[in-house]
Design a protein around this ligand. Structure first.
Ligand code: MAN
Length: 352
């Protein structure tokens, strides 16, 4: 097993204390999993900001949104008999699952890809309506024919699905509602149409038969999706045995579409791997890495809000055409960066 990521010496690039909370009464618990794009000669991150109230010793409290966009705080005593709180990210109370934090998406930009700041006059992207009362998360950004497509996880007590908004100026956004209903997340739209159609990777989950696998779908308009096919499954006994999910939009190479994906095992360790899809028929998997190309190793990847996690849904390709700068969430708490050689990743793929 070889970790081939060249981590930025400046890591973590962003920590919760670097930004201010979106509302009075909340504090930032985690900054994670940014979508990445170039716009107006800068590198931008669409960072997931997870917030909650300052925690009291004997209770767990977290915000949820009402349908009208107001915040409601739920507070539960830690010794309540109907509380199951074994995962830092999600609890079950009186038979209902809740998230322990509420996420929105915040735009940050940078001239050098390492020092990020909040630009003026750009809105926060927040959950809206009954399908986003537990927030929006893990935004992927794809630029297609001059328009940015933002796919993100929409969470509510109705389930976890994929929402879509589009923009050209990052100030005004068109909302297209939920494009993949629950349970679904990790949706990355290809940045080029193939034979006239949009393509997207997505990750439905089956509770009984099936699992947490990566699927591909196509669409005539980027909004209505069909022709679903399951293309990448978990591998028993391997680093990606429990769940797999797409990272950012696939990278077009001369060998095919290269996708960086995350895989988690039974112990909830999240690593990154890669697979390659046929250029003309992206539902055809050509090859896949057997071992991860990156796994949690540094302090900030091993411990934090939810330790032992490297997770990516955003990257940029540098002007040399080979250096891939991947931005990633470490321990579900910090935003970090690392560089890979695309050629090196391609050399590690094994035919399937
Ligand atoms: C999982 C984790 C959390 C996330 C929820 C809802 O529990 O990925 O970080 O908040 O799903 O998407």
């Amino acid at each position: 097993m070889k970790d081939i990521a060249n981590r930025f010496l400046e890591n973590p690039l962003l920590s919760p204390s670097d930004l201010s909370a979106s509302r009075e009464g909340l504090e930032i618990t985690c900054l994670l999993n940014p979508g990445v794009f170039r716009f107006e000669n800068k590198i931008w991150l669409a960072v997931r900001v997870a917030e909650r109230p300052k925690q009291a010793e004997n209770s767990i409290s977290f915000p949820i949104l009402t349908e009208n966009g107001l915040i409601e705080i739920i507070e539960i005593l830690k010794d309540h008999p109907e509380l199951i709180a074994t995962d830092a990210r999600v609890i079950n109370y009186q038979g209902i699952d809740y998230l322990t934090t509420l996420s929105h998406i915040r735009l940050l930009c940078s001239e050098d890809g390492k020092h990020f700041y909040e630009p003026k006059n750009h809105p926060l992207l927040v959950g809206e309506g009954i399908l986003e009362t537990f927030g929006i998360e893990d935004c992927r950004v794809s630029l297609i024919e001059g328009k940015y497509y933002l796919t993100f996880t929409s969470v509510s007590n109705n389930g976890v699905g994929v929402g879509l908004r589009t923009t050209t100026d990052w100030k005004t956004f068109e909302k297209h509602g939920m494009i993949f209903p629950p349970h679904n997340k990790d949706c990355a739209i290809f940045e080029e149409k193939i034979n006239g159609l949009f393509y997207a990777l997505h990750r439905p989950s089956s509770v009984d038969i099936g699992g947490n696998y990566i699927w591909i779908a196509s669409s005539p308009d980027g909004i209505h999706w069909g022709n679903h096919k399951c293309i990448i499954k978990t591998r028993k006994g391997n680093w990606d045995s429990k769940r797999v999910g797409a990272g950012a939009a696939p990278i077009k190479t001369e060998k095919g579409w290269l996708e960086i994906y995350h895989g988690a095992n039974e112990a909830h360790q999240y690593c990154l791997g890669a697979f390659l899809l046929d250029v003309e028929n992206p539902a055809k998997v050509i090859s896949r890495t057997e071992t991860p190309i990156m796994f949690p190793t540094t302090d900030y990847e091993l411990s934090g809000f939810f330790g032992n996690v490297v997770f990516t849904n955003g990257h940029v390709i540098e002007p040399d055409g080979d250096t891939l700068t991947v931005y990633y969430g470490a321990s579900d708490e910090f935003v970090c960066g690392a560089q890979f050689s695309i050629k090196e990743i391609l050399s590690l793929l094994k035919e399937v």
